[in-house]
Design a protein around this ligand. Structure first.
Ligand code: NAD
Length: 250
């Protein structure tokens, strides 16, 4: 992998964490294929591609883009996710469950298969999982199940792609100040208290920045992480260090 100008695919790159990942790579002179359902922002050295990772046609266009614009793939970042199926085990709608499985779990598998022959021996894959793939939250069954699946898919990919020399890791972010999270906080009855509740989930008593997740993704995708594969790196301000809410005394 060329450390000076890696060739990178980032899915879900139009906003939030995916956009921050693409921006960080672009700032560091990478060539970036920014994939999203919506038009990604214009960045130097990057190309936006509107494609649905959950469809065969979308994945085919991503492979074409990777071949023509990038000429190969050094880092593949599976970041896009469907978070629109709230509901618990007894009431999550079946179509939302299916959509979550398709986007959050099946698409990373099938996009990896589609792209793998473009990846050189020392390439890397980084999956964006979640602390909710390590622990569950009441009323969020589809997200919990798919992120938990992505965590163990990361380990399966690590083992199955190691013979090709491709490393596979994941990050597990805590609450990150993206548009989606800010909108969710703003939509509550008491946004000030809700923000404080979110902050108190983390030992560092704050919400994370998208850039902080991007830095972790960049590290795992780089040569600096050349002996790291199959790892799940929490980027969570210490949320998962405690079995209590951020170690709050009871
Ligand atoms: P977001 O919803 O703001 O952005 C996700 C992007 O993915 C959107 O631009 C969306 O259009 C795109 N996308 C969705 N489905 C797609 C599809 N089928 N094909 C192509 N693009 C698609 O999300 P975010 O908050 O930036 O989160 C990014 C990732 O980080 C997700 O995997 C999410 O689960 C994970 N995560 C986020 C947080 C957080 O607090 N924001 C915490 C933990 C994990």
């Amino acid at each position: 992998m060329s450390e000076t100008a890696p060739r990178v695919i980032v899915t879900g790159a139009a906003r939030g964490i995916g956009r921050a990942i693409a921006e960080l790579y672009a700032e560091r002179d990478a060539r970036v294929l920014m994939v999203d359902l919506h038009t990604p922002p214009k960045l130097r050295g990057a190309r936006g591609l509107r494609a649905d990772i959950a469809t065969p046609g979308g994945r085919k266009r991503i492979v074409e883009g990777a071949r023509t614009f990038l000429g190969g793939v050094d880092v593949l970042v599976h970041n896009a996710a469907f978070q629109g199926a709230p509901g618990g085990v007894l009431d999550v709608p079946e179509d939302g469950w299916a959509q979550a499985i398709a986007v959050n779990l099946t698409a990373p598998l099938l996009l990896t298969r589609a792209v793998i022959d473009l990846m050189p021996r020392d390439a890397a894959i980084v999956n964006v999982a979640s602390v909710q793939g390590l622990f569950a939250e009441p009323g969020n069954a589809a997200y919990n199940a798919t992120k938990g699946g992505l965590v163990n898919l990361t380990r399966a990919m690590c083992l199955d792609l190691a013979p090709r020399g491709v490393r596979v890791n994941a990050v597990a972010p805590g609450a990150i100040a993206t548009e989606a999270v800010e909108d969710a906080i703003a939509a509550t009855d008491d946004p000030v208290q809700t923000r404080r509740d979110y902050e108190d989930l983390h030992a560092l008593r704050r919400i994370g920045e998208a850039r902080e997740v991007a830095e972790a993704v960049y590290f795992l995708g780089s040569k600096a992480a050349s002996f790291i594969t199959g790892a799940i790196l929490p980027v969570d301000g210490g949320m998962t260090a405690s079995f209590m809410m951020a170690g709050r005394p009871v």
